[in-house]
Structure formats: structure tokens, C-alpha cells
Design a protein around this ligand. Structure first.
Ligand code: AMP
Length: 206
């Protein structure tokens, strides 16, 4: 089964993806994580993507499509987190992967802004915390590896506002696109991670 997670930044796609990938035995592919890794390693792709990411803009479709295509080749079931983000990406994806279900994490803009401003990520292992909903045991230290926690550069308020605008303009139309194809499952994302996970699993098993 191939599943797409759709929703605005801060809806909880990453958290849900980790849960679902484990329970359904799917490969978790986060284009945001893959791009951040390319940036951290200073690869040509990373250097190309960095400016877009810093500004909260989307990396060009062909760059992201090529990256995903290479990774899903030969994989049996995949969970796509943060991809596709434009209609062009959705159409490009259809050429090499059949999407079986799309989980849409529905949430208000106010809640998203609140969550992103309290998100902290481990600069060593990438674990994600939230000072309000999933606080680390020690302030500014990762529970998993004790690495230092930091605010993601694109979680600064001015970039968050831009990312949300880009989501509404480029990605929100995908909700209707997949609904018309009968693939969409809508989940209320303004709940605890456990409740979101349970609702998503129940919807996917139908
Ligand atoms: P995310 O971690 O999913 O919020 O992604 C962080 C940033 O990576 C986004 O703001 C974009 O700049 C870039 N990015 C991630 N996925 C995509 C995608 N499917 N298409 C274009 N840009 C992307």
C-alpha cells in the first residue's frame, strides 16, 4: 500500500508518519528530511534547495520528483510525508507510483502557528519535540541522544507565515484533487498524536 500524508506545515505529518510507517510496515519518506540532509551534507542538490527552504518556498518540482523517484524504486509500500505538494508533483508521481490512500490532516491556521512556534528539533539525531504537546524531559536536551535542541530555521514566525501561504496556494488544491479520485481520508489533526494515529489507522483499514 502506498499512502500520502497531506496537510499544512505543523499539522503533525512527521509524527503520524513515524507511527503509521511502523504499524503498517511502510517505508517513511519525508522530502523535508531528505532535503535537510542534503543541505547539511552540502551536496549539489542541497546547495540548490537551501535558498528556497530558508525562505519557506517550495523547491522546484523536478528536483523533488527526481529525488522521490530514485528512492521509491523497487520499494513495496511507501508512506510519503510532505510530498506531493503541488499538482505538478502529484501528476508526476502518478507516472511511477500508484497512490492507494491519502490521509488529510485537517487543522486551523491558528493551531498550526501555535505548534510551529513551540517545535524543537534535536540538532544531532533529528528527533522532534514540542514544548506544549510533547515536551522533552530536560529543557533543550534530546530525550533520545542528549543532543542540543534548536528551533528549525524555517519555524521562525516570518517564515512560518510564508510557508502557510505557499501551502494554501500550491498544496491545498491537492485535497480536492485526491477527494475527487475517491482516495481522501480526512483526520482531525487538532487532537493528541495518539488519537490522530488511531483515527488514521482506522480509516486506512477500511
Ligand atoms: P517540511 O519538513 O515538509 O516542512 O519541508 C521543509 C521545506 O522543504 C519546505 O518548506 C520546502 O522548502 C522543502 N520541501 C519539502 N518537501 C517539498 C516538496 N514536496 N516540494 C517542494 N519543496 C519541498
Amino acid at each position: 500500500m502506498n499512502v500520502v500524508l497531506l496537510g499544512p506545515p505543523g499539522a503533525g505529518k512527521g509524527t503520524l508518519a513515524v507511527q503509521l510507517a511502523q504499524s503498517l510496515g511502510l517505508l517513511h519518506l519525508s522530502t523535508g528530511d531528505l532535503l535537510r540532509d542534503e543541505v547539511a551534507r552540502g551536496t549539489p542538490l542541497g546547495r540548490q534547495a537551501e535558498g528556497y527552504m530558508k525562505r519557506g518556498e517550495l523547491v522546484p518540482d523536478e528536483v523533488v520528483l527526481a529525488m522521490v523517484k530514485e528512492r521509491v524504486n523497487g520499494v513495496r509500500g511507501v508512506l510519503l510525508d510532505g510530498f506531493p505538494r503541488t499538482l505538478a508533483q502529484a501528476r508526476g508521481l502518478e507516472a511511477f507510483l500508484k497512490v492507494d490512500k491519502v490521509v488529510y490532516l485537517a487543522i486551523s491556521k491558528e493551531e498550526v502557528v501555535r505548534r510551529l512556534s513551540s517545535r524543537r528539533v534535536c540538532t544531532r539525531c533529528g528527533a522532534v519535540f514540542n514544548l506544549v504537546t510533547q515536551p522533552p524531559q530536560q529543557a533543550d536536551r534530546c530525550d533520545r541522544c542528549q543532543g542540543p535542541l534548536a528551533v528549525r530555521p524555517d519555524d521562525r514566525p516570518e517564515v512560518v507565515a510564508r510557508r502557510y501561504e505557499v501551502y494554501e496556494r500550491d498544496s491545498a488544491p491537492l485535497v480536492d484533487y485526491y477527494r475527487r479520485q475517491g482516495l481522501l481520508v480526512e483526520v482531525n489533526a487538532a487532537q493528541s498524536p495518539e488519537a490522530v494515529g488511531a483515527q488514521a489507522r482506522a480509516a486506512l483499514s477500511q
